[in-house]
Design a protein around this ligand. Structure first.
Ligand code: MOS
Length: 729
């Protein structure tokens, strides 16, 4: 189905099932432990062996010698695969460094071997017996030191052009009534998802099946085929449950390749889970940024010049963190510039983590906006409202499809009691606590991507949906079921959803908060086909056929839906494909984040006391799972503001705090009551679902709202995240 004109009324608008706060249909499987994650696929193939990875212990250089003899002799060992005996491997399209390195080493903990043994313990013990000699080379590990060597990267599909410029930024900034010129930094961050990367690989002749934990099945399938030099038709990925991704599982990682190679070499199915430290140094992370923001404004507070420059680093051939991108779209101002620069760093490879670009970008921009509002003597909401835009400010002929950012501010301010905020810092004291409020805008784009599905009406009247879409904890199973139920006029209990299998139609996958809208739109398209097939079989006129209460109705005829399949199951398969609506109109999601903190006047301990997010993000398909997405993202935003930081060993080039004890993320005790409000919206430009994403919107701006609240409470302006005690005392 081609979607290239704004959506009109369709069966989804009934909102009998869609839009309801339904419990997760996969909830019972998860809470009872019956949901099978990759490493738990104990019985899908017999005779499974275990692989344990060996990672390089230098960041850059070469292996000069590798002694496998002791490991080979160790109990239970079946095989050891290294780059020397693995056969020809081609780097995946989505990998910056090789998933199996050697003799060149590109980053610390790059996999250089996998040991396969009868048991996990035997594999791990043997891996420890491998002796490796290296010729270590000096590397570049410090973004601040590498900043001046950074270069302009190439434009990319997701990031767009590295630089943009409109009007005369330099002239307007120089002559502005009020000016801000500040530099902000965000650290390297880790996804720290609960389930580590894990894969079970089994070969059957020349066909490879991978039960793996992955967000983007079709990307993964293509990259596995490319790396191994086999046809895509020889590779199957199965990923029914994913224990968190946050971007770390957008691409297949070493677990998948090592399991496949280990299985090929041993002739046994092999499972590999990355040990926790490897999830930090072997996989990807969110790169640290340095961001310079300049804002010039008139006396009444109109932005006349806005500039945002961002620096980040990555391995050679890598890509930048596009932290400046939201600044192209969020505020008005005639004279503007953005610039992205990329330095070479020999740390583990950087890549997408929840809201890549905007998450760290908004941490800087929204802090700068708070500072500028103070300089101008304006309320932070008034300053933002004054600089609201209805069009893409770099391209004024291009309106937003929908934009209710000011309404988010208004409702948020009312709900949160913003009028009780004291404009000057350090004015509210409760015992030992200095109390303050902060806010920030939230902004994240809405991306459209082709997505397919197959829907079958069985002879028993059950509707089965199949798509390679994944549920990474987001609630996909449920919203897909809701979509099919709404379209086919059946209760939720009559829908079976099967996800995460590359033998199903290719979906948009889970990434960039595009999963919900696109994958359900694909299911919508397939259901339209199935409805036509049902009408045809029944001899109904498909244009006036209604699907409701388990029946199919046309004119004065009405039959149970199941009856249409009595003489054999019917199938509808299609995908949603998008025209130019995302080019003629800018599609984004918006939020206002409000935070109240207490800062201990003596110890500088920060406690978040209240949080509110008001989101305008198109139709909300399921308010319960959407709320869960947003509160999870708000929690992650608190982590980004106060705790999260990969500590870089700048001599050896690795992340030191490579476990969940050292890499701190918020726990329940850190998070107060959280409130989420969704504005009533339906965006006809986004898809027939009229929905958008919320999973990444929820994190964008939160960190700055915390930082701004800390300033309001304590009077200390911290521009370098995370805002730990030492920076406040
Ligand atoms: Mo998201 S960082 O695109 O999984």
């Amino acid at each position: 189905m081609r979607f290239d004109t704004p959506a009109t009324t369709n069966p989804i608008d009934q909102l009998k099932v869609i839009g309801q706060p339904t419990d997760r249909i996969d909830g019972p499987l998860k809470t009872t432990g019956l949901a099978r994650y990759a490493y738990e696929q104990h019985d899908v193939v017999a005779n499974q062996a275990y692989g344990y990875p060996v990672g390089a212990t230098i960041a850059k250089g070469r292996i000069t010698a590798m002694d496998l003899a002791a490991a080979r002799r160790a109990p239970g060992v079946l095989t050891i695969v290294t780059a020397e005996n693995a056969g020809k491997l081609v780097k995946g399209n989505f990998n910056t460094a090789k998933l199996l390195g050697g003799p060149e080493i590109e980053h610390y903990h790059q996999a250089i071997a996998v040991v396969v043994a009868e048991t996990f313990e035997q594999a791990r013990a043997a891996a420890a017996l491998i002796a490796v000699d290296y010729a270590e080379e000096a590397g570049s590990f410090d973004l601040a030191a590498a900043r001046d060597s950074a270069e302009k990267p190439e434009a990319s599909d997701f990031g767009g052009p590295p630089d943009t410029s409109v009007g005369d930024f330099a002239g307007a900034f120089a002559s502005a009534h009020a000016r801000l010129d500040q530099t902000y930094t965000t650290p390297d961050q880790a996804h720290a998802m609960m389930e580590p990367h894990a894969t079970l690989a089994a070969w059957e002749g020349d066909k490879l099946t991978l039960w793996t934990s992955n967000q983007m099945i079709a990307w993964g399938k293509a990259d596995v085929a490319r790396t191994l030099g086999i046809g895509k038709d020889k590779v199957r990925l199965i990923s029914p449950f994913v224990g968190g991704g946050f971007g770390s599982k957008l691409f297949v990682r070493a677990d998948a390749l090592l399991a496949a190679l280990g299985a090929r070499a041993s002739g046994r199915p092999v499972k590999v889970a990355l040990p926790r430290p490897y999830t930090f140094n072997n996989t990807t992370h969110r790169p640290a940024t340095i961001q310079r923001i300049r804002i010039g404004a008139s006396a009444e507070g109109r932005i006349t010049a806005i500039g945002h420059e961002g620096w980040s680093g990555d391995l050679p051939g890598g890509a930048p963190e596009t932290a400046v991108n939201q600044t192209r779209l969020i505020y008005a101002g005639e004279n503007r510039m953005t610039a992205t620069r990329l330095a070479v760093l020999h740390l583990p490879e950087g890549n997408a983590m929840r809201a890549p670009g905007e998450a760290p970008g908004m941490m800087a921009l929204e802090l700068a906006m708070d500072e500028m509002a103070e300089t101008l003597g304006l309320d932070p909401i008034a300053f933002r409202t004054l600089n609201e835009t209805e069009v893409d400010p770099e391209n004024p002929k291009r309106p937003f499809s929908q934009r209710q950012l000011v309404e988010c501010y208004r409702i948020g301010a009312e709900r949160f009691g913003w009028d009780r905020r004291r404009p000057h810092p350090r004015q509210v004291r409760e015992g030992r606590w200095l109390v303050g409020m902060g806010m920030a805008a939230g902004f994240r784009n809405n991306l459209l991507a082709t997505s397919g599905a197959r829907v079958r009406l069985g002879e028993d009247g059950m509707v089965t949906v199949e798509t390679d879409m994944t549920d990474i904890g987001t609630g996909t199973y449920t919203i897909v079921a809701q979509t099919a139920a709404e379209m086919m006029g059946v209760p939720l209990e009559s829908v079976i959803v099967r996800l995460g299998d590359s033998s199903f139609p290719v979906s948009a996958g889970s990434g960039g908060q595009w999963g919900a809208n696109n994958s359900t739109a694909g299911v919508y398209a397939a259901c339209v086909k199935l409805r036509e097939a049902v009408a045809q079989r029944l001899g109904f006129n498909s244009s006036d056929t209604v699907f409701a209460e388990g029946e199919v109705r046309s004119g004065n005829r009405s039959v149970p839906l199941a009856q249409a399949a009595a003489s054999g199951a019917l199938t509808g398969e299609d995908s949603i494909e998008y025209g130019d609506l995302a080019k003629t109109h800018q599609q984004s999601t918006f939020a206002a984040h409000f935070v109240e903190v207490g800062v201990d006047a003596f110890t500088a301990e920060v406690r978040v006391r209240r949080m509110l997010a008001v989101c305008a993000a198109g139709r909300i398909l399921n308010p319960k799972s959407a709320r869960s997405q947003v509160i999870g993202a708000m929690t992650m935003g608190v982590g980004a503001a106060l705790m999260e930081e990969l500590a870089v060993d700048k001599r050896r080039g690795f992340f030191v705090n490579h476990d969940l004890a050292g890499y701190e993320v918020p726990v329940h005790a850190d998070i107060p009551h959280q409130e989420v409000v969704f504005l009533d919206e339906a965006d006809p430009m986004s898809s027939p679902m009229k929905a958008k994403g919320v999973g990444e919107l929820g994190i964008c701006g939160v960190g700055a709202a915390v930082a701004n609240a800390i300033y309001n409470a304590s009077g200390t302006r911290v521009r370098h995240y995370p805002i730990t005690l030492d920076k406040l005392i």
